[in-house]
Write a protein that binds this ligand. Structure first.
Ligand SMILES: *Cc1c(COP(=O)(O)O)cnc(C)c1O
Length: 221
């Protein structure tokens, strides 16, 4: 298995300000342990129950990132240990996280997912919704949710010019939010963009967090 070597090569190519989330979805705990032994601590999963069972089996100091679409009725599986929820795409989900986090006295970090790809909208806020959300001041009203930045996924294509322009757009949203939000209550400094196929481009366009799976653990079925 090449996990250690893959990790080392990727880490060496990342600037210091970029966090590597090793996306371990569908992969067994043995593979995660191998990455852990090579010093990796941030892992990404996209299914709440799978993340919960891996969390139980693996060391406590792993930082678990929920990177997939999260249904409100599944927040309960991860709320007591999740490190960062990347794909928050509705107020309803924010409210559920707030409610559950309040109950256990945690403050949970989240990112807002923004829809930047050309593909038919799956999940995520668009530019207009995001601006409205920020200007409404609603985000700063959550006492147990900390909005730390934005997350996005580029169109699934080999055309890196297209991918680059979508990342650029997200970076622009991010910067414009920082201007909009002039009372500076939000502490937004995370831009989660870049996967195995496009993380170099994402970093050039301002990524501070890359989510890499197949280039570390091999292809998924
Ligand atoms: C699976 C997944 C990744 C990792 O994709 P790779 O191409 O294997 O690096 C990153 N982000 C999200 C949201 C994912 O679902």
């Amino acid at each position: 298995m090449m996990i250690k070597e893959n990790l080392k090569a990727i880490r060496e190519s990342l600037p210091d300000h970029v966090t590597l989330v090793a996306v371990s979805k569908t992969k067994p705990v043995e593979m995660i342990r191998e990455a852990y032994d090579a010093g990796q601590r941030d892992f990404g999963e996209n299914r709440p129950q799978e993340m919960q069972s891996k969390h139980k089996e693996l060391p406590e100091d792993i930082r678990w990132h929920m990177i997939g679409h999260l249904q409100t009725n599944k927040v309960k599986y991860i709320i007591d240990f999740v490190h960062l929820i990347h794909a928050v795409d509705s107020i309803r989900l924010l409210e559920e996280i707030e409610k559950r986090a309040a109950r256990i006295g945690r403050k949970v970090d989240v990112l807002l997912q923004v829809h930047i790809a050309q593909e038919e909208a799956k999940y995520g806020f668009d530019d207009k919704e995001l601006k409205e959300l920020i200007s409404s001041g609603e985000l700063t009203g959550f006492e147990h949710v900390n909005v730390r930045g934005l997350m996005g996924m580029a169109t699934f294509t080999d055309d890196m010019r297209q991918v680059r322009s979508e990342f650029k757009m997200l970076k622009k949203f991010h910067d414009s939010i920082l201007e909009l939000e002039d009372d500076k209550k939000l502490d937004m400094n995370t831009l989660s963009i870049g996967m195995s196929g496009d993380f170099e481009v994402a970093i050039e366009e301002g990524s501070t967090m890359v989510r890499i799976g197949s280039s570390i653990f091999g292809a998924r079925n």
